[in-house]
Design a protein around this ligand. Sequence first.
Ligand code: MTE
Length: 323
Amino acid sequence: MRQRDIPRIPSGEITDEAVYRDRRRLLKTLALAPALVAAGCRGGEPPAPVAGPAPSAASLAAGLRTAEEQTRYEDATSYNNFYEYGSGKADPSRAAKTLVTSPWNIAVSGECAKPGMRAIEDLLAGLVPEERVYRMRCVEGWSMVIPWLGVSLGAVLKRLQPTAAAKYVAFTTLADPRQMPGVRSPIIDWPYREGLRLDEAMHPLTLLVTGMYGKPLPQQNGAPLRLVVPWKYGFKGIKSIVAIEFTRTRPRTAWNDMQPREYGFFANVNPAVDHPRWSQKTERRIAGSGNRLFAERIATRPFNGYGEQVASMYAGLDLERWY
Ligand code: MTE
């Protein structure tokens, strides 16, 4: 995702330079670029959500499990993004063995009636993990189909009793240089942070994940607790969460802070809005025995194919501007 990652993307996948330059020129001509920076990403608050018609129970149920061919366990656990363990796809599976996942505590703070430090067992007590088979679309242009095990984030957040003032939820990853060699280099302004609007966090598809493929979550995939939001680019799926904070205003998030023109706060999968350095129209689907680098290219769908379930949350929001 950094400038120096570019060579890893096969040249055929990168937007043709002429097209890219043309787009830049067009944006400049229309004087849109400054507006995108000012409004779309860093400054200001997006408009308050206007809820559209709620999705039906049948469409929600349809979103819980895709029947598409699944990614192999070996691929989902050896081709990872976890910058705390390096920026190479194979780094986390090699290096993350040093992550100690038990005991594990989560600091709850902000606009809620139940702040305080919680052991993961207490936070999740009584909630039975269920299997959800979701597509995962990375902003870099690859995707997987993964059977996750987890509990609805909404169920956990309700226990913490957000106040009426809570509008967003912010999450933080552990940043311990003794366990995470990557945090010694300043690629990201550590700790890794992510956030959701409260209605997104409470949506029934949003999952707090503790396992995958019927097994406990491996360290490289974000053990012992990570977020999965299937209609958003994969970077919203923050790993190894140690803090949850309810906030009144939009929280700062790691990739958006670093490069707001490339990584929006909402990060809803949208094939109509190109990343400034590549197209988002298609994705490399790493599934079955498909070769990782040259896997089949398929069309990317708005909201990663979960529009029926989630689009109503964004009624009235200009999705090209608030990406
Ligand atoms: N969480 C942390 N803490 N650090 C990271 O570097 N990478 C994100 C996300 N969560 C990342 C993270 C990105 S870019 C993606 S695509 C997914 O994790 C990848 O999840 P996976 O390795 O389980 O496929």
